[in-house]
Design a protein. Structure first.
Length: 324
């Protein structure tokens, strides 16, 4: 039978992880033609999430867990999971139960039909505020305009990936990761399915507004250099107007002499041009900062504990004891 890994990044999900595990096992038990294993990536949780995962491991050998040395963020946590996936395909799902595991069967059917990336889009999200929906829609429209590759609105990380897609993603080692963009960049044969996102069964969202803004900026700067080009054009246009105004003032002075009036307009012009320069320097700084981070070539994550290594070590110790 084909082996499928269910990848679940988790951060401080002690309140919901039991429900998540029970629902996963119930769904997978009905899919008799596949062998499943559950790979949890504990992203530096400060609650009892890791203890729960160890309990699951004791009662279910299909459970594997990776405990990262600190909170690296969901993007890096998923990469850690990609690096340790073994099998024919993987399904990525969040631990908050907003994404229904019941879609696994449909995903597997389309995978068997020849699709390498079966991604689920949110056609609705229960309990979501109108501003967040509007902001998400506008953001994806903007992203599609600046990106060369196709953008898939409302398509998150909930998807099935063939092993060839997993292998491709593991070769992309950017520090500032935007995995939603990488899915489109690597290509392969894709299939879209839809679902209704459920409210969180317990706990609170770990995504703060500032983190969502940072993720959005990462998406734009990772996809394209259009922001740099925009400010180059803006600077060029302003320079043309400034040069034309300089010629006008020179001709007026030669024809009519000088005048002391115009202090307010000069100050306004200086402040306007200064603001434009600061904004453009900020955009350049965003890109330069990413170059600086990438040139360090630091490891993307460190593992505190990996269940499979622990199991191998225990088996080795038992074998040595038996030999003695």
């Amino acid at each position: 039978m084909k082996n499928i890994t269910i990848l679940i990044p988790a951060y401080n999900e002690e309140a919901i992880i039991d429900q998540m595990y029970e629902r996963l096992t119930a769904v997978c038990a009905a899919l008799l033609n596949y062998e499943f294993n559950f790979l949890f990536v504990n992203d530096g949780s400060s609650d009892g999430t890791l203890d729960k995962l160890k309990q699951f491991k004791k009662q279910d050998q299909r459970v594997q867990y990776i405990d990262l040395s600190r909170n690296f963020g969901k993007e890096i946590a998923m990469l850690a999971g990609f690096d340790h996936i073994q099998g024919d395909a993987a399904i990525i799902i969040d631990a908050d139960l907003q994404q229904p595991p019941e879609l696994f069967g449909e995903m597997l059917d389309w995978w068997e039909a020849g699709y390498d990336d079966v991604y689920a889009i949110r056609k609705a999200r229960e309990g979501e505020k109108w501003f967040k929906k509007w902001a998400s829609k506008v953001y994806y429209q903007l992203l599609q305009k600046v990106a060369k590759e196709k953008v898939y609105p409302q398509a998150g990380d909930f998807r099935l990936l063939d092993k060839k897609c997993i292998q491709a993603l593991t070769t992309l080692r950017e520090q500032e990761r935007y995995t939603k963009g990488m899915y489109g960049w690597i290509g392969f044969k894709k299939k879209e399915i839809a679902y209704v996102a459920e409210p969180r069964a317990a706990g609170e969202s770990k995504w703060k507004f500032s983190e969502l803004v940072k993720l959005a900026l990462d998406g734009i700067t990772s996809y394209s250099t259009i922001p740099l080009k925009i400010w180059s054009i803006v600077g060029f246009v302003i320079s043309l107007f400034a040069f034309a105004y300089l010629i006008f003032e020179l001709i007026k002075t030669l024809a009519f002499g000088t005048e002391t009036a115009g202090y307010a307009s000069i100050i306004a012009g200086i402040l306007f041009l200064g603001g434009i320069q600061l904004i453009s320097l900020g955009v350049i700084g965003e890109y330069l900062g990413r170059v600086f981070i990438e040139t360090k070539e630091r490891p993307l994550y460190f593992i505190q504990e990996y269940s499979e290594e622990e199991e191998k070590q225990q088996k080795s110790n038992r074998d040595e004891s038996g030999a003695r």
